[in-house]
Design a protein around this ligand. Structure first.
Ligand SMILES: Cc1ncc(COP(=O)(O)O)c(C=O)c1O
Length: 389
């Protein structure tokens, strides 16, 4: 299956010629394993759809009529793949997931109010809270029984003390790669219901889950939680379309949808037509390609965890989802920001753990969604540098 899509097709020269920030930012000085983009050829149906639009010059102003088709494709995908059922009318289309988070924060909380999130957390969450003058209410995940987990009693106590307005959940979780279980999600849902929190559930990594784990949208856990949840997603992670600007928010009620849409249309901007087209095609025809990518990523995950397991200075719990490995480098002696030393000395660019909040000190995030050859070279460099520590 993997060969059919030739996911190892691009060599270093082709990748280094890419204009996306992953490869363009640092030139050839280091192997980029930071921002969450993949290095594979596009899924063939998506490529065909985009090429056809370009060949016919179909690049006029976006038409609203594409949005219901997008919402329906998203609803079908979520229902058949993840068991999440919602009315496509409740879907708000945005240019990206982070933009939807900003709208939700604006619509559903006031400056000074708290937003609960599990840390370490995806860096733009901190930026959103900061720029919107909301208070971060953070609960650190900790390794318990070999997995990153929250402490439900401590979380409840934190919510009682800080009285946040919103819960910003990331499931599957970036950067730890955790896929929260039904029991854990039920705890979170119960905390949200008891404290009257609206849940913004960022599920953008939901299609990048490895065998042994199952993604459960929190909104599937009953009407009470569904009605207070906004499920955010996009085809951009699983199908590698981040530059095309299109994301979706499935709102638990018409009222939540109306509140998200309250920002004037012109101020919200519009999703890109090509992005909408690509997402529709991904959700309607992308499964064979996604299956091949998941097999490739699973093999890469084994290579990464296999190499790192041999290094005293690193701890890495295999991610249950995402193509991101969260490296605990606190034993390496490289200080709070090991990524900066590693970039310089091993010439591999990881994402600095400190960007994920205080809980990320001494950590770094490694993106392994690349070709076998690039991954092997990066791992060799990392093992060479870290093995000596
Ligand atoms: C958890 C999470 N949310 C959102 C995003 C970004 O999504 P978008 O580009 O649609 O804003 C990412 C990107 O890696 C992510 O990991």
């Amino acid at each position: 299956m993997t060969e059919q899509f030739d996911l190892d097709r691009y060599g270093r020269t082709q990748l280094e010629a890419r204009r996306g920030e992953k490869w363009a930012r640092d030139g050839s000085a280091a192997i980029p394993m930071w921002v969450a983009d993949m290095d594979f050829p596009l899924a063939p149906p998506i490529r065909r759809a985009l090429e056809e639009a370009i060949a016919t010059g179909d690049l006029g102003y976006p038409v609203s009529s594409l949005e219901p088709t997008l919402a329906a494709a998203f609803a079908d995908w979520e229902r058949s793949r993840h068991g999440l059922d919602f009315d496509p009318v409740s879907v708000v289309v945005t240019t990206d997931v982070v933009q939807a988070i900003y709208f939700a924060i604006d619509a559903l909380s006031a400056p000074g109010e708290g937003i609960l999130t599990l840390t370490p957390a995806y860096p733009p969450y901190f930026g959103a809270l900061d720029e919107k003058s909301r208070k971060l209410v953070a609960h650190d995940l900790a390794i318990v029984d070999g997995a990153y987990r929250f402490d439900a009693a401590a979380l409840r106590a934190l919510v009682a003390a800080e009285r946040p307005r919103l819960m910003l959940l990331c499931n599957p979780h970036n950067p730890t790669g955790r896929v929260f279980t039904r029991t854990e999600l039920s705890e979170l849902a119960s905390i949200a219901i008891d404290a009257d929190l609206v849940v913004i559930s960022d599920e953008i990594h939901c299609d990048l889950v490895y065998p042994g784990s199952t993604h459960i949208p929190i909104a599937t856990l009953g009407d009470e939680i569904a009605q207070r949840t906004i499920t955010l997603s996009s085809a951009s992670k699983a199908f590698n379309l981040a530059g095309l600007r299109c994301a979706v928010a499935a709102c638990g009620t018409a009222d939540l949808a109306a509140r998200l849409r309250a920002t004037p249309k012109r101020q919200r901007g519009r999703a890109n037509n090509l992005g909408i087209l690509a997402a529709i095609t991904a959700w309607q025809e992308g499964t064979p390609w996604l299956d091949a990518v998941l097999a490739h990523l699973a093999a890469n995950r084994e290579r990464v965890t296999g190499v790192l397991a041999g290094l005293e200075s690193v701890t890495c719990i295999p991610p249950e989802a995402t193509y991101l490995a969260w490296l605990d480098l606190r034993r390496s002696g490289l200080g709070d920001d090991p990524a900066s030393v590693i970039a310089h000395r091993a010439r591999v660019t990881l994402m600095a753990g400190t960007e994920f909040g205080a809980a990320g000190r001494g950590h770094a995030r490694l993106n392994f969604a690349t070709t076998t050859a690039v991954l092997d070279e990066a791992l060799e460099r990392l093992a060479g540098f870290l093995g000596a520590r």
